[in-house]
Design a protein around this ligand. Structure first.
Ligand code: FER
Length: 302
């Protein structure tokens, strides 16, 4: 081969290698903008019989562009916050736009995303005092509804994989606490667990991870994220410090921002790209983009 051709080949290979190695740490501008000319996923509304709550409950289901019942998909259960319901992500985060855009760029493993109502009680609307103890308790009760009613419903009605390795759970704030509690508490069910700005419903670390060896063995990805200006940062720092102290591989994604959808949309953008793909735990520390606020470190937060 001639020298100029070799140089071109060399530059090309280097570019490919850099591309393969670069980590997309933050959503670029336009990631959440609707693009009319790309294939779009679809959002279904489903109603399932909840034996645990004793009523029929509603959930949303996003199926990806090119969805076919002849294929089989992994599933992400994506949970809302204390003032939300099954529509919260859709109204404020428009995850379908973020995901459609990622699919158009070939950056996502095709998956089904289920958006449940995580307040497992007969009247599950976010009305009145959303901090009322029976309503907060209903977020804990959702574990039963999810495991015994919703997941079986999804697995009966959608072409999905049913193994632990292809089931993920993530959520924001109360939903982040639920995801950590339910995901880490049911490692036979979930291999991918994400807590975005997790709320004080997050169990204390020893309770969250009673069997460290099992967690290390069964988790594919444990993701903890929070904005530096979020008053709940101490919950995430506490979990992260315990995980680090016990050598449990995880991503602690500290980012600029507060307790809001700007942060959670960015979390979904980065987190979703990791799902259901081979994981390189040696690169987890490269993800974080901001310093952990000192005021939240080394403490024994509630
Ligand atoms: C709390 C503060 C915040 C709490 C829950 C939240 C149950 C939840 C916030 C959210 O979901 O946005 O003390 O206690």
């Amino acid at each position: 081969m001639k020298k100029p051709a070799l140089t071109v080949l060399y530059v090309f290979l280097c570019t490919c290698l850099t591309w393969a190695q670069s980590i997309e740490k933050m959503a670029p501008q336009g990631f959440d903008q609707l693009q009319a000319n790309i294939p779009q996923g679809k959002i279904d509304t489903v109603t399932y019989d909840s034996k645990s709550v004793g009523v029929k409950r509603t959930s949303l289901v996003y199926t990806p562009p090119g969805y076919s019942t002849k294929k089989k998909y992994p599933v992400l259960y994506l949970l809302h916050g204390i003032g939300g319901d099954q529509y919260e992500w859709l109204r404020n985060g428009q995850p379908q736009i973020i995901l459609d855009n990622l699919y158009a760029q070939g950056k996502l493993e095709p998956m089904i995303v289920v958006l449940p109502n995580g307040r497992a009680m007969a009247d599950d609307r976010p009305v009145g005092n959303i901090f009322d103890s029976t309503k907060v308790q209903a977020f804990a009760n959702f574990e039963k509804d999810l495991l015994h009613d919703l997941i079986p419903f999804i697995e009966k009605n959608y072409p999905v994989h049913k193994d632990q390795k292809r089931r993920a759970i993530a959520g924001l704030s109360m939903g982040g606490g639920q995801s950590l509690n339910f995901g880490l508490g049911n490692l036979d069910k979930f291999a991918w667990v994400g807590g975005f700005s997790s709320a004080p419903n997050t169990k204390a670390p020893q309770e969250l991870l009673p069997d460290l060896a099992e967690a290390k063995k069964k988790l594919q990805l444990l993701w903890i994220s929070c904005g530096t200006d979020d008053n709940l940062m101490r919950i995430s720092t506490r979990t992260h410090e315990y995980l680090t102290g016990n050598q449990v591989p995880h991503i602690f994604y500290v980012e600029p921002g507060g307790h809001d959808f700007k942060v959670w949309k960015n979390d979904l953008y980065v987190f979703s790209q990791l799902l259901f793909k081979p994981v390189d735990a040696s690169r987890f520390s490269e993800y974080t983009i901001s310093e952990i606020p000192a005021s939240t470190q080394g403490g024994s937060a509630e």
